[in-house]
Design a binder for this molecule. Sequence first.
Ligand code: PMV
Length: 310
Amino acid sequence: MTDLPAASFRACGKLILFGEHFVVHGGPALALPVTSVSTQVTIRALPGREPYRFKTDALVSEAEQARGLVDLALERLGIDPCPGPNEHWEIVANSSVPIGYGLGSSASFSVALLGALARAVSRPIAPEELKQHAHALEQLVHGTPSGIDDTVVSFGRPIWFCRDRPVQFLDPPVNVNQFMLLASSGGPGSTKRAVSRVQALRQAKPERFEELCEQARELARQGRQAFLARDLQHLGRLMDRNHELLQIIGVSTPGLDRLVETARRAGALGAKLTGAGQGGFIVTLVDESTEVEVRQALRRAGVPQVLGLG
Ligand code: PMV
């Protein structure tokens, strides 16, 4: 019997600061890793004849889908589903990334799974390779994802992302992350449904949609500059305008709008939904003088969870 120790890999969540949805249609987007939530996958070889055994906490409702992801991950990495004669893999996933809330739960799971499997067989895996395999797993979950989630989670760095182009890494001079708060609307959304809705809008009104894409491109470009220059006032205003665009394409909800408004009224520099929308989280930008007030206002508005980015 092989005597392999348990192998673990932890992957972060993510947030999209500019360009969600438009990125699916070729626009640029800016995304950041979120380390205050993460997924850890631990794998070990145990005696037994059955194929691998999969255990999870947070992903319970997605367990069947997760099994499909495990099969694909094993295949892509060329790992035998049985580690040795009369042995099976035990795969345990624990995640604090809420599912369907726009924080990259499926990408986080995929990256943690691939990383842990590679470690379990002592196979080195670089972030670039992780990303390629995680993208294939994301396709199983979402159909035609842009790739932004798997990229930011695989590299764990702020990125400037354009579909089918090489990723660019952004290194802000000072950590802007500490000025961002994430607030949960209390209900999940469906990325597939939200993406199809935007696709339907594009088909129904192609010219209008192209105008909106152009505005989103410009916002993202300015957002990138403000982010890199740490111009928080400007960054906040751009986030507000990005939220308006997301409202226009129909992926916000009254609940998300209310939270965005609550944060702004409490003194936030800007706020927007993040990710696919129709539920999930908002991200709001604060500074030292407004953080406490914004947190309190969001809690009073019934937000179950206010998170920093980590
Ligand atoms: O699944 P989410 O909420 O992390 O959203 C992903 C971002 C989208 O732009 C809506 C979809 C995509 O594939 O880029």
